[in-house]
Write a protein that binds this ligand. Structure first.
Ligand code: NAD
Length: 495
């Protein structure tokens, strides 16, 4: 019998879930890895009730103690980095290097959470009026919920719960049903680090479980990372129920290549940024915008992409792994077919096979040229190893294209001109900008700052998914009449 992925409710790992289990499959073979069952309505209610109670005690735990838990957790995560990387590779099919990168980016956030005291500092102004002082405190919210996608099963849960917990909240994680075991291992390590048993709850499921969580009267805030339609549903539903909601959704990231850019650098960086992780990154470059003569780099780009070979994570030479599911592969193949009707296909990865893994969800590197903003392959987030080349005549035209796009997660410009780089970083309407860096993800002491349809809600916070999202600011204005001071004589005896 397949291993059942447990829920973590009220400090106990539970296997007795209500509904029929469904399989979690290995994307390199589509063979079952384990099975998972959605939490019942009763189990969700228990998780929320337990988290609510845990919050009352946890919020009173001194900040340095909460920070120390994060230090121990960060240490344990590092000790288990290889093991966690192997688990991520098993569930997602990512290469080991990619899977370990996923874990490492999460460890960095746990590290940042250990600095929580400094991040939670309030503000003070003395004498806001004569004899009147004001100070503000930063206080936790209560029960916070996180809904996470399949593509970074370690990093994205770790974006959320370490910071939320360090701030003094209780947290309920609903990880992706496509790779839920990584979250379970993250939870086990948190308990091993000495966390109170009930400040983190993990429940599995899909829409029904998510909807129950985001409408529950005792839930205060919802962080979501995932696709566009689900993000919109979650944002609308959660805010309708007066929750604080923060949504990271889809993306279409452009890299602008100026004619003066270093061609070798452009080609090698663009290959990794577009098809690395099979294009299943919200910061992947999916559109290359060649300005003027920069278009002469396209043949070399095609030749380099043609050399990229996906494979199983046990093969150290594999450049990337499979798509997460047969459904994801079918969707990407359909978009490639649409692209072939619309644009010039320079490289077609539709028939990709990996020896020894005939049933994996493989798609080879795919390159289109002559793509315009009206085409389906430009408008849709493909989320596969597919790169679209657009050709424009000027930097202004490139900026117009990028700024008209409904998403604004990441972008980059490759150029040797300081003036072009300055103009691009200043005028582009995208949250994370790279100059000669293709995937400009900031470290956790900066905000993750997607714009437009890629990141919305409450709040473009300070520090990744930051402290400001998981806390409430309270303003206290105080007056202390001087004539009420009682003088006391104290004798201090020294031995
Ligand atoms: P998804 O939207 O299918 O699933 C995300 C989560 O929502 C999962 O936990 C899932 O169980 C839940 N869910 C699915 N359907 C639901 C519904 N109808 N109602 C309520 N909950 C539902 O996303 P995915 O396929 O797992 O992840 C890929 C997507 O995530 C891509 O669009 C990618 O761009 C996006 N993403 C964005 C960022 C970012 O920072 N902007 C980061 C990573 C991934």
């Amino acid at each position: 019998m397949a291993t059942r992925v447990p829920h973590l409710i009220n400090g106990a790992w539970r296997h007795d879930a209500g509904s029929a289990p469904f399989p979690v499959t290995d994307p390199t073979s589509n063979q079952p890895l384990w099975e998972v069952a959605s939490a019942s309505a009763d189990e969700i209610n228990q998780a929320v009730a337990s988290a609510k109670q845990a919050f009352q005690a946890w919020r009173e735990v001194p900040v340095p103690e909460r920070a120390r838990l994060m230090l121990r957790y960060q240490h344990l995560l590092k000790q288990h980095h290889d093991e966690l990387g192997a688990l991520v590779a098993q569930e997602t099919g990512k290469t080991i290097a990619d899977a370990k990168g996923d874990v490492w980016r999460g460890i960095e956030v746990a590290e940042q959470a250990a600095n929580v005291a400094a991040l939670m500092m309030g503000e003070t102004v003395e004498n806001v009026a004569r004899g009147v002082d004001t100070h503000s405190w930063v206080q936790p919210l209560g029960v916070c919920v996180g809904i996470t996608p399949f593509n970074f099963p370690a990093m994205i849960p770790l974006w959320m719960f370490p910071m939320a917990l360090a701030c003094g909240n209780a947290f309920i994680l609903k990880p992706s049903e496509q790779d839920p075991m990584t979250a379970v291992r993250l939870g086990e390590l948190l308990l091993e680090a000495g966390a109170p048993k009930d400040i983190l709850q993990i429940v599995h499921g899909r829409k029904e479980q998510v909807d129950q969580l985001i409408t529950h009267p005792d839930v205060k805030a919802v962080s979501f990372v995932g696709s566009v339609p689900v993000g919109q549903h979650i944002y609308r539903t959660a805010t309708d129920h007066m929750k604080r909601a923060q949504c990271f959704a889809g993306a279409k990231n452009h890299m602008v290549i100026m004619p003066d850019a270093n061609p070798q650098q452009v080609v090698s960086q663009l290959v990794g940024a577009s098809v690395g992780a099979a294009g299943q990154r919200c910061m992947a470059i999916s559109v290359a915008v060649f300005v003027g003569n920069a278009r002469e780099m396209i043949p070399a780009l095609r030749d380099e992409l043609a050399k990229v070979v996906p494979g199983h994570h046990s093969n150290a030479a594999a450049a990337y792994g499979p798509l997460i599911s047969p459904q994801a592969k079918a969707r990407v193949l359909k978009l490639i077919e649409a692209g072939k009707q619309e644009a010039e296909c320079l490289l077609d990865g539709s028939d990709c096979m990996v020896p020894g893994y005939p049933d994996g969800n493989w798609v080879g590197p795919t390159l289109f040229r002559g793509v315009t903003a009206e085409m389906t392959i430009y408008k849709e987030e493909i989320f596969g190893p597919v790169l679209c080349c657009v050709e424009v005549e000027s930097l202004d035209e490139a900026l117009q294209l990028v700024n008209a796009n409904p998403y604004g997660n990441g972008t980059s410009i490759f150029t040797r001109s300081g003036a072009a780089a300055r103009k691009y970083q200043h005028e582009v309407e995208v949250g994370q900008v790279g100059i000669n860096i293709p995937i400009p993800v900031p470290l956790p002491f900066f905000s993750f700052t997607g714009w437009k349809g890629s990141f919305y809600g409450d709040l473009h916070a300070y520090g990744k998914q930051g402290v400001r999202f998981y806390t409430e600011t309270k303003t206290v204005t105080s007056r202390w009449p001087e004539d009420e001071i009682v003088e006391t004589n104290m004798t201090i005896s020294l031995k």
